[in-house]
Design a protein around this ligand. Structure first.
Ligand SMILES: Nc1nc2c(ncn2[C@@H]2O[C@H](COP(=O)(O)OP(=O)(O)O)[C@@H](O)[C@H]2O)c(=O)[nH]1
Ligand SMILES: Nc1ncnc2c1ncn2[C@@H]1O[C@H](COP(=O)(O)OP(=O)(O)O)[C@@H](O)[C@H]1O
Length: 203
């Protein structure tokens, strides 16, 4: 039997809010959700692996992916490019699996244009002060880059009302539970609509 299409879930929010941490924690829960691995021109950080955290690309390779329409969306973020490989996401959704993209705000808004039926979740920091301290605490950026990311973060937070849901990342597990509830509710909604539609067609 052909399965219904899966949900496209977009988890976005400012850098350092905890998207990676929350997604990592969500993966440890036994959900059916699939995770899209992005392509980037950023250099790998210590402990990051090719095909696990990202597909690491040269600028030339990334430009080729853009030209050949291999990316569902892409964005330049601070000094690098990031993008979602199209095939994996489209195949998963077509085969009825739910897929989550963990991406920054410009890319999330591009996905909204092409996939308005997606579920758009904005992860919020408890405060800007806490956001800065999380970025500093991670210790991966120099002071200039942190200032840069904080400026970008303020603009991103302004776009929060374009999302379907806003989830506060105060505690990681609390944020994970909120996201799981959203996915469950959206799946229930989809199933009810399909059921109703079938009843209408059969009438
Ligand atoms: N548009 C877009 N943004 C992405 C993608 N992958 C990662 N990002 C975002 O790019 C930003 C920078 O990522 P990264 O350099 O890994 O830093 P970190 O997320 O702050 O640890 C983050 O906001 C990511 O969510 C993608 O495929 N597309
Ligand atoms: N709920 C939380 N409470 C405290 N610290 C957090 C929380 N979520 C994430 N962090 C920390 O904040 C920093 C940034 O998290 P990260 O997942 O890298 O953010 P993003 O992927 O959004 O850039 C990391 O050091 C992480 O351990």
């Amino acid at each position: 039997m052909k399965r219904e299409k899966g949900l496209l879930i977009v988890l976005s929010g400012p850098s350092g809010v905890g998207k990676g941490t929350v997604c990592g924690a969500l993966r440890k829960h036994d959900t059916h959700i699939k995770y899209s691995v992005s392509a980037t021109t950023r250099k790998p950080r210590e402990g990051e692996a090719e095909g696990v955290n990202y597909f690491f690309k040269s600028h030339e390779e990334f430009q080729r992916m853009i030209r050949e329409n291999e990316l569902l969306e892409y964005a330049q973020y601070v000094d690098n490019f990031y993008g979602t490989p199209r095939n994996y996401v489209e195949e998963m959704i077509a085969s009825g699996r739910d897929v989550i993209l963990e991406i920054e705000v410009q890319g999330a808004l591009q996905v909204k244009e092409t996939f308005p039926e997606g579920v758009f979740i904005f992860l919020m920091p408890p405060s800007l002060k806490e956001l800065r301290s999380r970025i500093e605490g991670r210790g991966t950026e120099t002071k200039d880059l942190i200032d840069n990311r904080m400026t970008v973060a303020r603009d991103e937070i302004d776009l929060m009302d374009k999302y379907d849901y806003v989830v506060e990342n105060d505690e990681v597990e609390a944020a994970v539970e909120r996201i799981k509830s959203i996915v469950t509710a959206e799946n229930c909604k989809k199933e009810r609509l399909i059921h109703l539609y079938k009843e209408l067609v059969e009438e």
